[in-house]
Design a binder for this molecule. Structure first.
Ligand SMILES: *[C@@H]1O[C@H](CO)[C@@H](O)[C@H](O)[C@H]1NC(C)=O
Ligand SMILES: *[C@@H]1O[C@H](CO)[C@@H](O)[C@H](O)[C@H]1NC(C)=O
Length: 435
């Protein structure tokens, strides 16, 4: 199914007064997963390049902080905006995200196929994507746009009165909370809206999975984590010996720190997995980060081999709110945020809103990694943290690492980030935050 992209935006009635489109992403990833199975027709994600560029952008401004974001969610949100874009605005998005070689409009069907592949089996609550469009009451939008939003993004559409900014913020926050099992709260505040806001796009992702090989909580210990600034903090370290996908890689230069390890730990069903990329203990993650490229992700995925591995992984929780407006502009998506934006395909016979543009773009992502899994884990009952004899390769994530949660079939990246700084454990409380 193709989207008709009119050559002449004027085919849609033009808008008259400035308005804002607000793009908001509430993202929530999460724990463990159960695995969906889907149709044999497997789409292939082509946004890895874009995802990696996003990561590098966040890294360049992120100092020594943890990073967590959802590339897939950004792509979906941009897809929703793109559906309403025309002309140069449309081309800018297509080019930046990497759709230029697709036939016009194919990206929408691709995004739909990718998100369906993520959430095929909803009874298992594995990955839930929810998209919603909040429109200003009384403003008319192009019915074709609304129809396509439903078709490709299954967007819920609601009208609200943005001039009542506090009530709107509360309403949208409730929606996000509702779709993220309450992991993302207070995404927006009244200040995010004004009487000229016309439209808010909200995109929420929730992910929960169970490790295929779960960690036994009784094997978790307090352990030292060496940060890249040389300091040490105490974290809760999970441990197990199990069958995983594992490989050792090197880009051949000493600059990137020589050999580094890649561990891929599948979630139940094996369609989703978490990939951990760990430099050697004495090598800061910052030395490894520059070599990360889309092609390299592919190489890792294709070259890790199933084998027994001894794994030490901190329990961690990362959370981040990203101003996508700044980040996307750095990646060349500028037009949608300016008065030059051409979002004319969104507008119906609106009496106002000539300069419809994206006023706000926020993503909040949350990820928690724990031992957890269904009861009856087929754990191998190892004794934790006694390093007497190393029989298998050992992945000791007691220093900063990079990670991905991806769909192993489509290559879609649900989450990407790094753990630099797990917080000190409060000895009275086994919970800790690494925010
Ligand atoms: C998405 O899936 C449908 C149905 O399987 C298929 O016809 C379509 O070509 C796919 N779109 C893309 C861009 O792969
Ligand atoms: C939250 O979910 C409940 C149950 O599905 C529903 O009744 C309620 O309207 C939802 N609230 C919002 C703000 O979407």
């Amino acid at each position: 199914m193709e989207i008709q992209v009119p050559k002449h935006p004027s085919r849609y009635p033009s808008l008259l007064e400035p308005s804002y489109v607000m793009l908001i992403l509430g993202v929530l990833p999460l724990l463990l997963l159960r695995l969906p199975c889907w149709a044999a027709d497997i789409p292939e994600d082509i946004t890895a390049e874009f995802s990696v560029r996003l990561y590098h952008q966040l890294q360049s401004t992120g100092g020594e902080d943890n990073i967590i974001f959802s590339p897939l969610s950004v792509a979906v949100a941009l897809g929703m905006v793109e559906l309403g874009a025309r002309g140069a605005t449309l081309n800018e998005i297509r080019q930046a995200v990497g759709y230029s070689h697709l036939r016009a409009g194919d990206e929408f069907s691709l995004l739909r196929n990718l998100t369906q592949a993520m959430s095929a089996d909803e009874t298992q609550n594995v990955v839930k994507l929810a998209n919603s469009l909040f429109l200003q009451t009384g403003v008319h939008f192009n019915p074709d746009f609304l129809k396509l939003m439903k078709k490709y993004f299954r967007a819920e559409i609601e009208t609200v009165d943005f001039s009542e900014s506090a009530a709107v913020a509360e309403h949208i926050n409730a929606w996000v909370e509702n779709h993220t099992e309450s992991k993302i709260r207070d995404l927006l505040s009244a200040d995010d809206f004004s009487s000229v806001t016309r439209l808010t796009l909200v995109n929420a992702i929730y992910f929960r999975g169970s490790w295929k090989n779960q960690f036994r909580p009784e094997n978790t210990r307090t352990f030292s984590f060496s940060k890249d600034d040389g300091s040490e903090v105490q974290t809760l370290m999970m441990y197990q010996q199990g069958d995983f996908y594992y490989g050792e890689f090197s880009d051949g230069s000493t600059e990137a720190g020589g050999v580094y390890q890649v561990l891929e730990m599948p979630y139940e069903g094996e369609d989703m997995s978490m990939m951990i990329v760990l430099p050697r203990q004495e090598v800061p993650l910052a030395a490894l980060e520059p070599i990360i490229k889309a092609q390299l992700l592919e190489e890792w995925a294709n070259n890790v081999k199933r084998q027994k591995v001894e794994v030490y992984l901190p329990r961690f929780k990362v959370e981040q709110r990203i101003d996508l407006r700044e980040t996307l502009q750095e990646l060349g998506i500028k037009n949608i945020f300016t008065k030059d934006a051409d979002l004319s395909a969104m507008a119906g016979e609106m009496a106002d809103g000539k300069d419809l543009f994206v006023g706000k773009a926020v993503q909040k992502a949350y990820l928690e990694v724990t031992e957890e899994g269904a009861e009856g884990a087929a754990g191998s009952g190892m004794i934790a943290l006694t390093r007497t004899l190393v029989l298998y390769p050992q992945v000791m994530a007691d220093h900063p690492f990079f990670f991905l949660i991806r769909n192993r079939k489509t290559g879609s990246i649900l989450f990407m980030g790094r753990v630099m700084n797990p917080e000190v454990i409060d000895s009275n409380d086994h919970d800790f935050d690494a925010v």
